[in-house]
Ligand binder design. Structure first.
Ligand code: FE
Length: 137
């Protein structure tokens, strides 16, 4: 914690490892992919915000969430475009666009142009990279 009571951003792999679960570490820091249909937030339909599990940045709103049938939580747009970083990724021999948290650089998932809503986007995000904050009534 710093003087403002905020958690300091880890600067090393070791620090990240101690802050995150093994699964979160492999996704957020090592660009892994969680096993589809295993994520806790996949079927979450409550109203609220999805924040970065690593740094708390606001990433997606429940209003943007939809069921893509892929087994990963899917959103048609970020809550704030400034909080996500899009990067072209050809890691597995196919051209995709990686989605990262801009604040901590954590890997979140990928975005595709086959979304069913008017944005046309499908942000395919690992559940374990997100923390859900339920909206107060
Ligand atoms: Fe983050």
């Amino acid at each position: 914690m710093d003087s403002k009571g905020k958690k300091k951003m880890p600067t090393s792999d070791l620090e990240w490892q101690s802050r995150l679960t093994q699964e979160q570490y492999s996704v957020l820091r090592k660009k892994g992919t969680e096993i589809p249909f295993t994520g806790k937030l996949l079927h979450n339909k409550e109203k609220g915000n999805y924040i970065c599990a690593a740094c708390g940045a606001q990433l997606f709103s429940s209003d943007a969430k939809f069921d893509s049938g892929t087994g990963w939580p899917s959103f048609d747009e970020p809550a704030n475009a400034k909080n996500v970083l899009l990067k072209s990724d050809s890691a597995i021999g196919m051209s995709r666009t990686e989605v990262l948290c801009k604040k901590c650089g954590g890997h979140l998932g990928h975005v595709f142009d086959d979304g069913p809503t008017k944005t046309g986007k499908r942000y395919c995000i690992n559940s374990c990279a997100l923390t859900f904050e339920k909206k107060e009534k």
